[in-house]
Design a protein around this ligand. Structure first.
Ligand code: NAD
Ligand code: WQD
Length: 336
């Protein structure tokens, strides 16, 4: 199929591009590079063995999207493009609604007028808010805790209304838990600008010596070791989940929702230990106050994706930590 990846130069989109190409699909990337580097395109070429068309542009530019959909005879869209920093969304909510919600509406207009009515959308476990029970299944009530989460919920609602208005739409929301790790080549991975917000990229920066220590946000949670528990999923497992969802929606009109996680919770201390073991490094720690808005535990029930998508995460926390470090080392050298 001819597939447009909005935000395809970013962390998750670039890994999905590799998996989709390997499965024989034609991938076209559209990205405004607000949170990615142009050099990722050369690195993708090295991995897949041929260049991938990439259009530098914004999803809010409906006319450009219409042209891209026509020119490349796009049949389906994987919609990764979006801003994703929770703290920044609290400071600049309008930017988040404009980019994420406004951008999606613009994309949907272009898709509808070109009769492209199939989409896999990058949603997030953040839409569950404070867990009422664990593991979180797709039927858990949704609730936004911040403007970023609200933007994801608004998009899910818009897509649901759209599919209800026209049975020709085939849409899947993939609610990601905590994606980490990198492609085994070490050529692509997560490389956030500035000081990372997320645990594993932060640990990697400490291991590189760019940051002095990891702040552990609380060791007094009601968990086995007192630190926060999350469901970490290898980005390549996540990418394979997109291929499975793409195949599934071909036969499935309307909207379907899937959690993509490993189904297993790991604590901050466990992640640090595994990272240290895998990479023979020592990560200095300081236990600090809890981070505002953090929940104690969050992990997925993944039965629905297992059954309907015939997909499950197979890579371990060891694989996630090893591949993160492999990418960070390579990338550091590449940037020197
Ligand atoms: P990322 O920032 O690495 O990738 C997003 C890409 O979209 C970037 O390349 C950015 O330049 C591009 N982009 C942003 N706004 C755009 C616009 N208006 N027009 C064109 N391109 C635009 O982020 P990621 O981690 O790869 O996340 C991809 C998607 O998955 C996002 O929608 C994010 O909200 C969602 N998600 C991510 C996580 C996570 O922890 N990484 C978890 C849950 C959901
Ligand atoms: C994981 C654990 C922290 C950093 C966020 C977004 C969510 C989703 C994924 C997009 C927690 C602890 C972290 C640090 C720490 N993104 N931690 N020291 O908060 O589960 O989810 O990313 O949709 O919306 O909120 O991930 O990696 O930030 O934190 O102790 O320096 O690590 O308290 O227990 P989180 P995270």
């Amino acid at each position: 199929m001819n597939i447009l990846l909005t935000g395809g130069a970013g962390y998750i989109g670039s890994h999905a591009a590799v998996v989709l190409c390997a499965a024989g699909h034609n991938v076209v990337i559209l990205d405004n590079f607000c949170n990615s580097q142009h050099s990722v395109l050369d690195r993708l070429t090295k991995i897949v063995g041929k260049p991938m068309p990439c259009i530098e542009g914004d999803i809010r530019d409906t006319l450009l999207l219409e042209k891209v959909l026509k020119d490349y005879k796009i049949e389906t869209v994987m919609h990764f493009a979006g801003l994703k920093a929770v703290g920044e969304s609290v400071q600049n909510p309008l930017d988040y609604f404009d980019n994420n919600v406004g951008g999606t509406i613009s994309l949907l207009h272009a898709m509808r007028s070109n009769n492209v009515k199939s989409m896999v959308f990058s949603s997030s476990a953040t839409v569950y808010g404070m867990p009422n029970y664990l593991p979180l299944d797709e039927a858990h009530p949704t609730q936004a805790k911040n403007p970023y989460g609200r933007s994801k919920l608004h998009i899910e609602e818009i897509l649901t209304d759209l599919a209800a208005s026209d049975p020709a739409w085939h849409i899947s929301f993939l609610r990601y838990f905590n994606p980490v790790g990198a492609h085994e080549s070490g050529l692509i991975g997560e490389d956030p600008n500035g000081i990372p917000n997320n645990l594993v990229p932060y640990i990697a920066q400490v291991a590189l010596g760019r940051l002095p220590h990891l702040n552990v946000y609380g060791d007094d949670y009601p968990t086995a070791d007192g630190s926060g528990v999350r469901d970490y999923i290898h980005v390549m497992d996540l990418a394979e989940g997109h291929l499975a969802a793409l195949n599934y929606i071909q036969q499935q009109p309307g909207v379907c929702v899937f959690n993509l996680g490993s189904g297993k919770g790991s604590s901050v201390f466990e992640v640090v230990k595994v990272f240290e073991n895998e990479n023979a490094s020592s990560i200095p720690l300081k236990v600090t106050m809890r981070r505002i808005g953090d929940v104690s535990e969050c992990y997925a029930k993944v039965d629905k994706a297992n059954i309907h998508l015939n997909w499950k995460a197979t890579r371990t926390l060891q694989d996630m930590c090893r591949s993160t470090w492999n990418f960070q080392k390579n990338h550091k050298c590449a940037n020197q």
